[in-house]
Ligand binder design. Structure first.
Ligand SMILES: [Zn+2]
Length: 112
């Protein structure tokens, strides 16, 4: 099963410590139903210095994956919304469940 959320989507977090935050989807992990969202669920990681890779030690910040059930896709006209589907010809498009607007992906994928 594929996810309703795709890379570069704008999503809003609806539960957890980051509730209400919006961000762009950086990565999708379909097998785990998790996504990585820019500036959301940022965790601090202690980094050991590695002079060979020119890495200074200290604390680095990094996003942690969020389960898709904790986010809603943001519709440009009504805000956070559930996603529906509509079949047009032989393509399936995502639609906003509130206003019915098509939520087109930023980049079309030919894979099914
Ligand atoms: Zn809408």
């Amino acid at each position: 099963m594929s996810l309703n959320i795709q890379r570069n989507d704008q999503v809003e977090v609806i539960s957890g410590a980051d509730r209400g935050k919006r961000g762009r989807v950086l990565r999708v992990f379909p097998d785990e139903s998790r996504i990585l969202i820019e500036h959301v669920r940022v965790v601090k990681k202690n980094v050991r210095p590695n002079p060979q890779k020119n890495i200074k030690g200290g604390v680095a910040e990094q996003e942690a994956p969020v389960h898709v059930s904790n986010v809603l896709l943001v519709c440009p006209s009504c805000g956070p919304t559930r996603v529906g589907h509509k079949v047009e010809g032989d393509t399936k498009v995502r639609v906003c469940k509130k206003c019915g607007a098509e939520l087109t992906a930023t980049r079309k994928s030919k894979r099914k």
